[in-house]
Design a binder for this molecule. Structure first.
Ligand code: FES
Length: 344
């Protein structure tokens, strides 16, 4: 999705700074309130221009797309050229260059969804609505687009409406979903917040609440979240007694090889194997030095997680780690391939 120099799209969102800005009478105006909200967003960042992305969402929430008027407003408030703002707006697919319908229907046609029917879903919706990619129905109810991976492959094929998920769709369910949208209904998404509309969710993406009151805002947060496919890996790990490597915790952060009385590492009561009192093996000493040299908490956490004396997660012993065995059960069964392969 690029705006070629000289194309209608490119001209619409950039334009020379000295050129007049088109103000469309058929769109809701960008008002003093919009400008005040832009400034509210700018005040959230140490450098005001960092607010450009939410400001573009804010413009979309008012006018349904990033209009030339919206580009000019952002440029004026941030002290940028319209070309600079346009360059950002044309880079991201979530910023629309033409007025969007009441709802944005995105059909994932990326690999996993495509092989499970996503392309069929897109093709049927396109035929039913009489529009192609990035086009809006004549009644203004729906803009259709095909999308790259929507990060919900475990629910393929996936459709989103205004970025809310409708999982495991087929042609019939997608047709019914779109028909309901065109009747003015808002079918509940499979997961996440209740459906609003494109302008409403754009306001949310700007970082400003789209909800009328605190109860409605909380209801959006409380929507259903992870489902069975998402949690399958967690369930398998629990069944096998596996867990993720330790994250830095107050207890882990308190552990420091340099804090032991004799200078030798001692991890949560487990004495170092290299010989207490001698500073450990060269590898252990190097790891100690790496921990000591860490400049910030993230570096320190990384150095600690690589330290040979670090605590082992449940279900994996140090001997397994050293032998490169990630799944003790795998070793016991002496099979080839991973546990996941066997499961599948
Ligand atoms: S391929 Fe469709 S959500 Fe990932």
């Amino acid at each position: 999705m690029t705006a070629l120099p000289g194309s209608a799209e490119g001209t619409a969102v950039t334009g020379l700074d000295s050129s007049p800005t088109e103000v469309r009478a058929d769109l809701p105006p960008l008002t003093d309130t919009t400008r005040a909200e832009c400034r509210e967003l700018m005040a959230r960042y140490p450098v005001p221009r960092s607010a450009l992305l939410p400001m573009l969402h804010l413009v979309q929430s008012v006018q349904g797309y990033v209009s030339p008027e919206g580009i000019a407003l952002c440029a004026q408030e941030l002290g940028l050229t319209k070309a600079e703002v346009g360059a950002v707006a044309t880079f991201y697919t979530m910023y629309k260059r033409r007025p969007t319908g009441r709802h944005l229907v995105s059909v994932c046609t990326n690999t996993l969804c495509a092989v499970l029917g996503g392309q069929r879903v897109y093709d049927r919706l396109s035929a039913e609505l009489g529009v192609g990619h990035d086009q809006t129905t004549a009644d203004g109810s729906v803009t259709l687009e095909h999308a790259e991976c929507l990060a919900a492959c475990d629910y393929a094929p996936v459709v989103t409406v205004d970025y809310e998920f409708y999982d495991q769709q087929d042609v019939e369910s997608a047709l019914e979903l779109v028909a309901a949208l065109r009747r003015g209904e808002k079918p509940p998404p499979t997961r996440g917040a209740p459906l609003t509309d494109f302008r409403g969710v754009s306001r949310q993406l700007a970082g400003l609440s789209q909800h009328a009151d605190a109860v409605a805002a909380q209801a959006a947060v409380d929507g259903p979240s992870a489902g069975v496919p998402t949690l399958r890996g967690v369930r398998l790990a629990a069944e096998r007694g596996e867990s993720a490597p330790l994250m830095p915790t107050p207890a882990a952060a308190a552990w420091d090889p340099s804090h032991t009385a004799d200078g030798a590492s001692d991890v949560q009561g487990i004495p170092r194997q290299g010989g207490a009192g001698d500073g450990g093996t060269p590898g252990e000493q190097a790891a100690d030095a790496e921990v000591a040299a860490a400049d910030n908490p993230a570096e320190r956490a990384g150095a600690l997680s690589n330290h040979p004396d670090r605590p082992e997660p449940a279900g994996r012993a140090a001997a397994d780690r050293d032998a490169g065995v990630e799944h003790p059960a795998e070793q016991a069964q002496s099979g080839s391939g991973t546990s996941i392969e066997r499961e599948v």
